[in-house]
Structure formats: C-alpha cells, structure tokens
Design a protein around this ligand. Structure first.
Ligand SMILES: NC(=O)c1ccc[n+]([C@@H]2O[C@H](COP(=O)([O-])OP(=O)(O)OC[C@H]3O[C@@H](n4cnc5c(N)ncnc54)[C@H](O)[C@@H]3O)[C@@H](O)[C@H]2O)c1
Ligand SMILES: [Zn+2]
Ligand SMILES: [Zn+2]
Length: 369
C-alpha cells in the first residue's frame, strides 16, 4: 500500500514529505492509521545527528491512531480499536518483562532501539530500499505497522493529540515521579527543564502533594507554564546559579528529589548538587552521545545520595496509559494544556528548528489531514 510519510535521510538534511510503500502486518503485528503524532526532543537528537541512526528513517515515536489491519496471530486487538503507541514494544518473556519492568525489555532494546520490528526487518520501503521506523513506531506518517505490544488499546473518545503525547512525554514524565522515584507528600522537588517531559514530571509530582515544587528553565514563558502545571517556585537558569537558588528556596537544605528533564549533562550535575541528605536525583533527560558527568563520590556516601535513571517513566504501557488517561479524564492531569501547537506534516522542519531554538512550548503535535 502507498502512503505519505516524512522521511529523514541524514543529519543536516531537511525532512522530506514523500510517498512510501507500507507492507501488510505480519502475524503478531497491526497496521495503525495515525491520527496524531507528538514531537519529542528525542526525535530532534536523531535529526541533529546527536544520536546515530540508520537511514532512511521515519521519525516520530509518540503517536495515536486506529487499528486498520491485524496479523493472523494477534489476540488483543481488533480492527477499529483506538490505540496509543508505545516505543518499548515488549516481548512479555524476557527477565525484565516477567519481573514487571517491560521498559527494559531485551527485545525492545535489540529491535525497537535499532528501529526495526522484532523479526529484525521493516515494513516500509522507498523504491525498493528499506526505510526504518524510529523506535518501531515511525509516527510521522499516515500509517505505521507496529508489534501488537506496541499498540495499547485506549478509550475511543480520547482526543488523538492527547493520546499521542501519552505515548512518550506524559508517560515518561509522570512515570518518573510516580513509578521510578515516587514523590511523597511534603517532599521538596526540583525539575530541571520545563519542556514536554519536564511539565509532565511536574504534573506527576503535583499529584502527590509535594512541598516545594521548583521548576528550572531558560525561557520565561516556559516557567510561567510550569506554574500553571503546579510549580510553586521557578528559577531562570540564565539569571542565577541554579544550585544556590535551590538552596535559598529550601532554607539551605536542598531538595529530596531532583528530576533532570532538559537532557544536559550539566543539568544532571545540578540536580545531584541540589539534593538534601538522603535525596535522589533522577535522570530523565537524555544527553547527546558522549556527554559525561562528574560527581563527588564522597558526598554520595557521606550524605547517602542516590543517582538513578528513568526510562519511559519506568512504565508498563499496557497498564499505565489507561491509568494516566483515567487521571486526565477525572481532571487531575491538565493534558489539554500540554498540547500547545498543532502542525501539518510539511511544517515539521520548521517545528524542529523551533525546538532547537527552545521555542516550542509544551508539546507540539502533528496531524496528517
Ligand atoms: N528517559 C526517557 O525515557 C525519555 C523519554 C523522552 C524524552 N527524553 C528526553 O527528555 C529530554 C526532554 O525532552 P522534551 O521533549 O521535554 O524536550 P523539550 O525541548 O520540550 O524540553 C527541554 C527543555 O529544557 C529547557 N532547557 C534548555 N536549556 C536549559 C538549561 N540550561 N537549564 C534548564 N532548562 C533548559 C528548554 O528550554 C526546554 O523547555 C530530552 O533529552 C529527551 O531526549 C527521555
Ligand atoms: Zn520521546
Ligand atoms: Zn521482554
């Protein structure tokens, strides 16, 4: 079948809106008509050449859609189902899946992270040449063929833009604060970076009634948005020393939990240096390949500090997507406010340039007409 898709041919080159061939889903796969796709900074990392990836590639790993075809062995989905896409299509059998940590699934690491389906191949091609789909999703297209476990059934009535952003930013951010290192009532919390993921961390932390909830960014309008999402205090990182400012806001003690969500090594160091004794820094943002951090191991032992990472909000998409959407439907997560702009596929180059300049507020969503 022919479809329109936005193709990445390598760093430094504009994305191209073109026609691709998409094969029928194999036994355990489904074809989804994409109704909305979100723009994540991880797509930008690939586009900017900060992370390597084989090309040609259809980017986009936040997506929602309608199931249009199912493989012979698919058991949990039917044609017509509304789904949000997951970028850790988990195998259900590896040690991580069976121990309840599908976000670390070995099959997803071996296949989705190489932008192929679990059998090592891709369903997309351009003039006979294989085209990869980013994280086994490839949502900047009219259709995607994904593994059954990469499509999670959700309520049909959910706005596609909301469902799409649950596919990465929201699950990553909310999950970091409720799954990876659950915030407790009254704890002081720091969130560095108030983009799509950082605002979601703020929402997740806010659910648990923290003490101070401090947001850091370099763009004033994003700090304002952070307040709307529940931040009690904001720090403009261009105007002061972040760690000193955190100490001032917390009576010199520091925060109990610090989330890094700007994707910078320095941000991780700031999160760690802002901790109170016994505190935990959670690395959510993902840095350009090769960046390194420096921390003081003496402080780590003497003050019992923890430094940990969070992949996909330590989520189990088949459970957590519905949980998150349920909270949204009850008015507890302002996801409508997170989606701030909607772009057409031909505007994606401009949208990524805006992201590079720091000019994308909240989450921008693409819709194919
Ligand atoms: N761990 C995961 O599973 C996971 C999943 C999705 C995204 N990510 C990563 O999370 C990070 C954020 O993604 P996003 O989509 O929210 O990006 P985004 O571009 O929407 O947000 C990044 C934010 O950081 C801010 N920022 C830039 N410089 C800063 C500084 N010096 N101090 C404080 N803030 C600064 C920007 O203004 C922006 O608001 C990226 O690194 C992305 O790759 C990780
Ligand atoms: Zn993402
Ligand atoms: Zn697995």
């Amino acid at each position: 079948m022919r479809m329109k898709a936005v193709v990445f041919d390598g760093p430094g080159r504009d994305l191209v809106l073109t026609e691709l061939e998409i094969d029928e889903p194999r036994a355990t796969e489904v074809r989804v008509r994409i109704t909305a796709a979100g723009i994540c900074h991880s797509d930008y990392r690939v586009l900017a050449g900060e992370w390597g990836a084989a090309t040609p590639l259809v980017l986009g790993h936040e997506g929602a859609g309608i199931v249009e075809a199912v493989g012979d062995a698919v058991q949990g989905l039917e044609v017509g189902d509304t789904v949000a896409l997951s970028w850790t299509p988990n195998c259900g059998r590896c040690r991580y899946c069976v121990s309840g940590r599908p976000q670390l699934c070995q099959s997803a690491v071996a296949h989705a992270y190489r932008n192929v389906l679990p059998d090592g191949t891709t369903r997309l091609s351009r003039a006979g040449e294989p085209v990869y789909s980013y994280l086994s999703v490839g949502s900047f297209a009219e259709y995607a063929v994904v593994p059954e476990s990469g499509a999670v059934k959700i309520d049909a009535g959910i706005d596609p833009a909301i469902a799409a952003v649950v596919g990465c930013a929201v699950t990553t951010g909310v999950g970091a604060a409720v799954n990876t290192r659950p915030v407790s009532v009254g704890e002081n919390v720091l969130v560095i970076g108030a983009g799509g993921v950082g605002l979601s961390v703020i929402m997740g932390a806010g659910l648990q009634s923290p003490g101070r909830l401090i947001a850091v960014d370099v763009v004033e309008s994003k700090l304002q948005l952070a307040k709307e999402f529940g931040a009690t205090d904001t720090i403009d990182a261009t105007a002061c020393d972040v760690v000193e400012a955190v100490r001032e806001l917390t009576g010199g003690r520091g925060v109990d939990v610090a989330f890094e969500a700007s994707g910078r090594a320095v941000g991780v160091e700031q999160a760690y240096a802002s901790l109170a004794a016994g505190g935990t820094a959670v690395v959510v943002g993902q840095v350009a390949t090769g960046e390194r951090i420096s921390i003081d191991p003496m402080a780590m032992s003497g003050r019992e500090l923890t430094l940990t990472g969070s992949n996909y909000g330590s989520a189990r998409p088949s459970v957590d997507f519905a949980r998150i959407l349920g909270l949204y439907q009850r008015g507890l997560l302002p996801l409508d406010r997170l989606v701030t702009d909607r772009v057409r596929p031909e505007q994606l180059n401009e949208a990524f340039r805006a992201m590079g300049r720091g000019a994308t507020e909240g989450r921008w969503v693409v819709r194919f007409p």
